[in-house]
Design a protein around this ligand. Structure first.
Ligand code: ADP
Ligand code: ZN
Length: 738
């Protein structure tokens, strides 16, 4: 019986999701989070930027009686969300110091008569006596606390007002709380729970993997030239270029402007009017590129930032991950490129000169992690996730180190040696110390702990590899591959994991990567073509000409309504329109992210444009396709095409559509045979190494037939699976036949 009730609730939630937001599926934990808060329970949500936190309180607010209070630290962010909610036809408003008396009265009226669904409010305003009095008279469904890490002094953005929130909520009534954040170490999580007195609250933590982001590090050589070349290749796309100093910001913005890029600077040294104007110009697409110090970005919700370039190396991986996280929030393309030079690191080190000893030590640790990230040849995503305490068991196939690997090698004795060294020294030392030990390098502790007496270990590494750097790199790689673990209490200290302990007794060859040597690579690159086949010029399933026209129309409508363009329709929706050509209101409402509210508000001109385009170009529309096959089938195909465009793992696509891997591949084959180009490289690179791919590719190149049974026979002795063959056949056909 209970299950039945749940199912009814679930169905209605899904219906409302489609009707209001135009999405046909919940993402990740959204649904269960919403149920939790609807059940009146305190809820704690930790999700990376772009994962869809806002929906977790917006939707329950809409379906509940009364209004939800949303506490948010930034006025810009509130305005943004209020605009988006209003575009969906939802009554949401904010209360802050920028409002006139008349505006405040309107907010209060709507709150009291029950028509207001979401009230956004800054913590400062919440504490005001008069607001408190009025809130006590309203019906409130729950309280959402966005950017909840601001509560903690251990977070990176502490705001004292946040610490008073709980007391005030208590004054208003006994209300369920949903706290949300994108960054929280275990320590910060603990602070948040304690301060909000919700120790019992269920926590929903999602993976921090941002699958649509491509990570790349380039040597910082002729950086300006590389920058302009990249931006030119990505003309018209939104991007952020981060620089360390105000001076560099000015310099780079100026340089880009001179080269006809619509770029504007942003840093704390600009007067606040200019700063706001530049930010708005970026949001409204009057500027394509914003060149900024790290002061820029907090509260920027622009979902279609296509690239984030670190012109200078950042101070920590925390910062790097947060800044790169601003790319591709809509799940589409997001390229993250960093220009790296060791000189920049030395500069950063100098900045720390005047800090206290502890602060300087901490800063140096963080910087060392940054250097290691740049230098290691290991999959960038594995490195990043490992840093944030998440383990990924295979390479991602979608970062520079995966696409263009450094030299690989197999090691075994080396691994045994360092694991033993870790074990025999009591699991109390860091990578530097263990490298010192195996290379017999003097340091103050080796002798005092009598580590030089460890016969099987002391100096034993030099026979295998003389370089100290090799051993440090090996140890770092063993952490990422799960043989070693970092001690949470003591910075840098390494411990054996279960996998590591087992390895000593039962070893096998482990593949590791050589570190980058950016100077050497610079020389090689001179000869080769530098462009990696990602980011520009890749084949898409949508109609590019139509997409361009839709974007132009969106810009025009946005200007008329004085809203940022993405509030009208987001990029994924426009891309879908340029794939399925909706020409009626009903068809338009089927587009992901649209919904009837938006169709009625903004749809007309878009439908007209598409109808005209379809007619002029004699295009077979979704309607025509539907007649030939069944509705569902063509929907599934479109879904697959879009997900592959977004480089989503095939396993995930199969799961979302409840298909077996075999069925999914079959669907993909149909798509390809009917002439649509699909680029599966991101996936193929994950499951097959280059050599194997080349072998199969060559086979199809020379074979008489592309029949899979014949191919299977040919590869009978080589342990090649049917799935691999079929994927390579798709790749082959896409590249050559389509
Ligand atoms: P966060 O606050 O976690 O950084 P947002 O709430 O801004 O993320 O959401 C990021 C993007 O994802 C937005 O463009 C939003 O419209 C989109 N989004 C959220 N939920 C869904 C969903 N269920 N299906 C499709 N897109 C979604
Ligand atoms: Zn990778």
């Amino acid at each position: 019986m209970i299950q039945q009730v749940d199912k009814v609730v679930l169905d209605t939630l899904k219906e409302r999701l489609k009707e209001i937001f135009g999405y046909s599926q919940f993402r990740g934990d959204q649904e269960i989070i919403i149920q939790n808060i609807l059940a009146g329970k305190n809820t704690f949500v930790i999700m990376p930027t772009g994962a869809g936190k806002s929906l977790c309180y917006q939707l329950p607010a809409i379906v509940s009686d009364g209004m939800a209070i949303v506490i948010s630290p930034l006025i810009a962010l509130m305005k943004n969300q209020v605009d988006q909610m209003n575009a969906f036809g939802i009554n949401a408003q904010f209360l802050n110091s920028t409002l006139t008396k008349a505006e405040i009265n309107k907010v209060k009226k709507d709150a009291l008569d029950g028509s207001l669904k979401l009230l956004y409010i800054a913590p400062e305003s919440l504490t005001k006596e008069e607001n408190l009095d009025f809130l006590q008279k309203t019906k409130i469904s729950f309280v959402a606390i966005d950017e909840a890490h601001c509560i903690s002094e251990w977070g990176h953005d502490f705001r004292p007002e946040y610490r008073r929130i709980h007391g005030i909520i208590d004054n208003i009534g006994n209300l369920p709380i949903i706290a949300l954040t994108a960054t929280a170490t275990p320590k910060v999580q603990q602070d948040i729970r304690k301060n909000l007195q919700m120790e019992e609250a269920e926590t929903f933590k999602s993976s921090f993997n941002r699958k649509n982001l491509y990570y790349e590090i380039r040597s910082k050589k002729e950086a300006k030239k590389q920058l302009i070349k990249y931006i030119r290749n990505n003309k018209g796309k939104s991007g952020i270029v981060y620089c360390l100093s105000r001076k560099t910001v000015e310099e780079v913005a100026e340089f880009l402007s001179v080269n006809d890029v619509r770029a504007l600077p942003y840093h704390a040294g600009l007067d606040s009017n200019t700063r706001m104007a530049n930010q708005d110009a970026f949001l409204n697409e009057e500027a394509d590129v914003i060149v900024a110090t790290i002061a820029f970005g907090m509260g920027i919700d622009k979902p279609d930032v296509r690239f984030v370039i670190h012109y200078d190396a950042p101070k920590s991986l925390e910062g790097y991950y947060q800044e790169t996280g601003r790319a591709g929030r809509d799940g589409l393309e997001g390229n993250c490129i960093m220009f790296y030079s060791f000189e920049d690191i030395q500069k950063l080190e100098k900045f720390n000169k005047d800090k206290s000893v502890t602060e300087r030590d901490n800063a140096r640790h963080l910087l060392n992690e940054m250097v290691a990230y740049a230098n290691l040849g290991v999959c960038r995503r594995r490195q990043l996730l490992s840093y944030f305490g998440e383990y990924l068991d295979k390479d991602c196939g979608f970062c520079d180190n995966c696409v263009k690997p450094t030299e690989r090698m197999k090691v075994q004795d080396e691994v045994i040696l360092v694991l033993k060294a870790t074990q025999f020294t009591g699991q109390r030392f860091d990578a530097e110390h263990i490298a010192d030990l195996v290379t017999a390098t003097e340091n103050q502790y080796v002798r005092s702990y009598e580590h030089d007496k460890l016969e099987d270990i002391y100096g034993k590494g030099t026979e295998l590899n003389e370089s100290h750097e090799f051993w440090v790199s090996l140890l770092r790689q063993l952490v990422i591959y799960g043989f070693l673990e970092k001690d949470v209490e003591n910075y840098g200290v390494l411990k054996l994991s279960e996998k590591g302990a087992n390895y000593i007794n039962d070893p096998y060859p482990v593949t590791i990567s050589k570190d980058h040597n950016y100077e050497e690579e610079d020389e090689k690159v001179e000869e080769e073509d530098k462009e990696v086949a990602v980011g520009s010029g890749s084949a898409h399933a949508y109609d590019e000409a139509l997409l361009g026209m839709l974007k132009a129309l969106r810009k025009k409508v946005a200007k008329e309504k004085n809203l940022p363009p993405y509030v009208i329709f987001q990029d994924p929706s426009l891309e879908e329109m340029a794939t399925t050509y909706p020409t009626t209101q009903q068809e338009m409402a089927q587009i992901n992210g649209v919904g009837m509210g938006k169709v009625q508000k903004f749809g007309r001109q878009f439908i007209e444009l598409i109808s005209r385009y379809v007619e002029e170009n004699d295009i077979e529309t979704a309607k025509d396709v539907v007649i030939k096959s069944t509705v569902n089938k063509s929907k599934v195909k479109i879904y697959i095409i879009q997900q592959v465009d977004r480089k989503v793992d095939l396993e995930e696509i199969a799961e979302a559509k409840d298909l077996s891997m075999e069925d999914l591949i079959e669907e993909i084959e149909h798509i390809c045979y009917s002439g649509t180009k699909l680029n599966l490289d991101y996936y193929v690179n994950q499951i097959m190494d280059r050599e194997r791919q080349q072998d199969i590719y060559d086979y199809f190149m020379n074979a008489e037939t592309d029949n899979i049974a014949v191919a299977l026979k040919e590869f009978a002795g080589d342990d090649v699976s049917e799935e691999e063959l079929r994927l390579m056949r798709i790749k082959f056909l896409s590249e050559l036949a389509n």
